[in-house]
Design a binder for this molecule. Structure first.
Ligand code: RIB
Ligand code: CA
Length: 303
């Protein structure tokens, strides 16, 4: 399966990119970057650092710095750290970004691989909305869009109403859901059932002394946030769960519904069922332990 991950690395993004590199069913043909956990230039630097560390010859195309209608962004430093990799602050610039913007790269790849390309969006949906605006055939060229985002039947995480990726660009998200490709939404409804604990990271580091140890090291900051703020003994495998949904949909129970996104007011970023909208698949349940075990088995195979 040809895959592009649209990402704001970000600690759980790094985990998802490592998983995609290790998964035998996945042909990762590119990363596109977006603001969110980080500023977009940090997302791109971190993405290029990861593909180098993973030994991948995968292009990184830089995308949107800000949400639709905005001209600034405040990253989630308190969650992912000042540079997006927890306590790690010295991250080298390796290589360069692709010449195309993220939206143009997404459109071009979808044109080159009509009906074959899966895009997994694990950050704000700005680049996806921009690609849809750039090429009216982008959505129909895609095999599938998997989105880590939303909280349809459960509370949000950035506010009680909204999940962070959707909240960070509610206008873009609402545009995507107004005319969605074949889409599966992997929201907090399921990703909070895939908690990855400190002991899981230690096991991973023993079995994968380079990549696993790196993920263990950068996750400490993230686990501390989840414990102190969320009262949870582990962090959500948010982005990895969305990547796994691209190849293992039998591990998920989903319902079909149209969605709209609140674009103003105190509920901004809320993902609300709306039967007047084209249907997407919304994951309502998951084999959480199975996702955790699959993630560990695959990433532990890395050096
Ligand atoms: O709400 C979780 C999502 O927001 C994840 O994609 C995480 O990386 C952050 O971007
Ligand atoms: Ca993310």
């Amino acid at each position: 399966m040809k895959l592009i991950i649209d990402t704001d690395p970000g600690i759980d993004d790094a985990m998802a990119i490592a998983y995609a590199a290790a998964a035998p069913e996945i042909d990762l043909i590119g990363l596109t970057t977006v603001f969110g956990n980080t500023h977009v230039h940090q997302s791109s630097r971190n993405a290029r650092y990861l593909v180098d560390k993973l030994g991948l010859a995968v292009p990184v195309a830089q995308g949107a710095p800000f949400a639709h209608g905005e001209d600034d962004h405040s990253p989630s430093e308190h969650v992912h750290g000042p540079e997006g990799f927890g306590d790690l602050t010295e991250i080298p610039e390796i290589g360069q970004n692709h010449d195309l913007s993220a939206a143009a790269f997404l459109v071009e790849m979808a044109r080159q691989h009509p009906g074959e390309l899966v895009v997994c969006a694990v950050g704000p949906l700005t680049n996806i909305a921009d690609a849809m605006a750039l090429d009216p055939e982008f959505a129909s060229n895609l095999k599938r869009l998997a989105i880590m985002g939303g909280a349809v039947y459960c509370p949000g995480n950035i506010t009680e109403h909204a999940e962070a990726n959707i909240y960070h660009d509610a206008l873009a998200a609402d545009a995507v859901f107004s005319a969605p490709p074949e889409t599966v939404l992997v929201g907090l409804d399921v990703t909070l059932k895939t908690l990855y604990k400190s002991a899981d990271f230690e096991d991973l580091a023993l079995r994968s002394p380079d990549m696993g140890a790196f993920l263990r090291d950068i996750s400490r900051f993230y686990l501390k946030f989840y414990k102190e703020i969320g009262g949870l003994e582990g962090c959500g495998l948010h982005d990895s769960t969305a990547v796994i949904a691209c190849t293992h949909d039998h591990m998920f129970d989903s319902v079909q519904t149209g969605l709209k996104v609140a674009t103003e007011g105190k509920a901004i970023g809320a993902t609300v069922p709306d039967e007047t909208r084209p249907p997407v698949w919304v994951c309502r349940d998951v084999d959480g332990a199975g996702v955790v075990d699959l993630f560990t088995a695959r990433v532990a195979s890395l050096p």
